[in-house]
Design a binder for this molecule. Structure first.
Ligand SMILES: Cc1cc2nc3c(=O)[nH]c(=O)nc-3n(C[C@H](O)[C@H](O)[C@H](O)COP(=O)(O)OP(=O)(O)OC[C@H]3O[C@@H](n4cnc5c(N)ncnc54)[C@H](O)[C@@H]3O)c2cc1C
Length: 241
């Protein structure tokens, strides 16, 4: 009987696992469950699709569905969220985004590649319209639509790590004024020493990024006034100023 392999999470890890499983076992029944509606795409490219350096969001998609299903005989279930793992019975329950009919997938081997979620800051106003996290293609589409619908001119970014810094560059490319707040004394703290990071910060400042270092988000609020009713204002505490 062919081995039944179920993979939860259709990002680069899950997709790599599925293709590798096919390479090493030509007979296996491979099921790939992903709660996003699209096949695997490059999250790294999202800021560049936003700024149009990459021509479109669709250009970030690695392979179309036929490549999974016909070339590699992978049962690709997009828009399916795994809701329960029954270890005893060796099966996974999942529900499709469209509909609520739970389906059970039996497995001999189960691979979890569910990735990560952006962390949010539990401050007043973090649920307001106009506050976004950036992780998925949907996030970029929502941000793009929001900026256009509100004729937005200024964007505040909380966190000057890699994603925040790439989004700052992308927003500048799209003509926005960018304010970036960072809780530690220098940008890109996870990947660069402060002396190196300060060179990049100086360049970014020349291009127009307004940094607030050693600042933490206290509140997000809608500014009063009909002309900017649906944009949001971010307040940071700047300890060194
Ligand atoms: C804007 C941005 C820029 C980045 N730039 C870089 C870069 O330049 N270099 C770099 O090395 N890395 C970069 N990264 C990080 C990189 O994208 C991640 O390390 C990578 O996506 C991790 O892949 P993954 O498959 O492990 O997880 P993910 O990509 O998070 O995929 C996991 C998938 O599992 C799905 N899932 C979760 N739970 C369930 C469930 N219960 N049922 C079904 N599906 C589920 C999720 O929705 C998701 O689609 C960037 C990330 C972002 C957001």
């Amino acid at each position: 009987m062919p081995k039944r392999i179920v993979i939860i999470g259709c990002g680069v890890s899950g997709t790599t696992a599925a293709f590798h499983a096919r390479k090493t076992d030509r007979a296996a029944q491979i099921t790939l469950l992903g709660d996003e509606e699209l096949p695997e795409y490059s999250r790294c490219g999202l800021p560049y699709a936003f700024s149009h350096v990459v021509p479109s969001l669709e250009a970030l998609i690695g392979h179309d569905e036929a490549f999974y299903e016909q070339m590699n005989r992978i049962d690709l279930r997009l828009g399916w969220k795994a809701t329960r793992i029954n270890k005893e019975g060796q099966n996974v329950e999942a529900v499709p985004a469209k509909g609520n009919q739970t389906k059970t997938f039996e497995y001999d081997a189960l691979i979890l590649t569910t990735g990560a979620q952006p962390s949010t800051i539990p401050v007043p106003g973090s649920e307001l319209k106009g506050v976004f996290t950036i992780r998925t293609m949907n996030d970029i589409e929502r941000l793009t639509n929001h900026l256009a619908e509100n004729s937005a001119k200024r964007v505040a970014i909380i966190g000057a790590g890699l994603t925040g810094s790439e989004m700052a560059e992308a927003l500048l490319e799209r003509g926005m004024a960018v304010l970036e707040a960072e809780i530690v004394p220098e940008i890109l703290p996870a990947i660069l020493d402060p002396d190196m990071a300060s060179i990049i910060r100086t360049q970014a400042e020349r291009h127009g990024v307004e940094y607030h270092l050693q600042s933490s988000l206290e509140e997000t609020e809608h500014p009063v006034g009909p002309e900017r009713r649906s944009s949001s204002r971010t307040i940071g505490r700047n300890k060194d100023r």
